[in-house]
Design a protein around this ligand. Structure first.
Ligand SMILES: Nc1ncnc2c1ncn2[C@@H]1O[C@H](COP(=O)(O)OP(=O)(O)OP(=O)(O)O)[C@@H](O)[C@H]1O
Length: 304
């Protein structure tokens, strides 16, 4: 049976009142399996940070619920138990103190005496090329991100919640971070729940994906299942199905028509063949392409 590190049920978070009210999170139901690397994706203002902040008890749900290991982060004393089991890198990595990285790590170690690993802290700094004597207030944006990551990862918590953990990282360091997360966190059965705009990168390491739009979930599930349910067909020939539930987009060119379909691409291909069409090509979509298709479709529905 699947156990979940984090679940939300019909979660709502509003800000402001009256006509100025914003529904940052709007009836969100997510399931983050324990041991997974779960990528939470969405356009700007989709509600990702608000969701992660509610998981940490930093924002209080307006309605619905959020549970971390079955505990309610909005309520003391359960929140304390949540925080003991979660490493967190916030969206805002504005570490402005005059501390060095070394001192920051020492301070963090004191909060997690049972799980903290000095060796892992050193390894993260080493792999991410972060000198121990870096002064946080004068550090570059990338180095602040690295320091926040080192402090969170060295906790060796059951769940890592990372809000845009790639801010300011160059491609070489980003690659090192992805390897480190897979090697050191998932090998020990820990769960990583992260929000990001780096779709090609997250596609390399995530096994579960949730796509948010305007506070709602558009799609959620194992990445392999999601990939298998989308396909692009290049078709020529006879009359093609004008409308099908599974078509997300259609593009006609002189020599061929391109269909992107979601759900049961095999049945769609069979229908094309029955109609006498010739399938010139059938190819999978990258996560980036799936994301763009879903966002454009959602945009279209909103405008209609
Ligand atoms: N404290 C706040 N007060 C008022 N509105 C807020 C607050 N925090 C977030 N919002 C609004 O809630 C909505 C969702 O914001 P959120 O930061 O959760 O989105 P996001 O998906 O993380 O966006 P991004 O990818 O740009 O970081 C936005 O419209 C934002 O302006």
């Amino acid at each position: 049976m699947t156990t979940f590190a984090l679940q939300t049920h019909s979660l709502v978070k509003t800000y402001g009142t009256g006509r100025k009210q914003i529904r940052a999170v709007d009836g969100l139901s997510l399931n983050v399996p324990e041991g997974s690397i779960y990528g939470l994706l969405g356009r700007n203002s989709a509600g990702k940070t608000t969701t992660l902040r509610m998981a940490m008890g930093l924002a209080r749900p307006t309605s619905g619920s959020i549970e971390v290991f079955g505990l309610n982060p909005a309520q003391d004393p359960e929140r304390v138990k949540v925080l003991q089991q979660v490493g967190y890198v916030p969206e805002d990595k504005a570490l402005t103190s005059s501390l060095t990285v070394h001192k920051l790590l020492e301070l963090n170690r004191a909060f997690y005496p049972d799980t903290w690993s000095d060796a892992l802290a050193r390894k993260v700094c080493d792999r991410l090329e972060l000198p121990f004597n870096t002064v946080l207030a004068r550090a570059s944006l990338g180095n602040k991100t690295k320091a926040a990551l080192a402090a969170a990862i060295a906790q060796r918590s059951r769940l890592l919640i990372l809000d845009e953990p790639t801010t300011g990282l160059d491609p070489v360091v980003l690659d090192s971070l992805l390897r480190l997360l897979v090697e050191d966190c998932t090998a020990e059965g820990r769960t990583i729940f992260l929000s990001t705009h780096q779709l090609p990168e997250i596609e390399q390491i995530a096994d579960h994906i949730g796509i948010m739009d305007r506070g709602k979930v558009l799609l959620e599930g194992p990445l392999d299942d999601i990939r298998a349910s989308f396909r692009r067909f290049t078709v020529t020939g006879a009359a093609l199905p004008a409308r099908s539930e599974s078509i997300l987009s259609t593009r006609k060119e002189a020599h061929a028509t391109f269909y992107v379909v979601q759900r049961n691409p095999e049945a769609f291909a069979a229908e094309l063949t029955r109609n006498g069409a010739e399938i010139l090509d059938s190819s999978p979509l990258s996560l980036n392409e799936i994301f763009l298709e879903l966002c454009r479709t959602a945009e279209g529905r909103e405008e209609a």
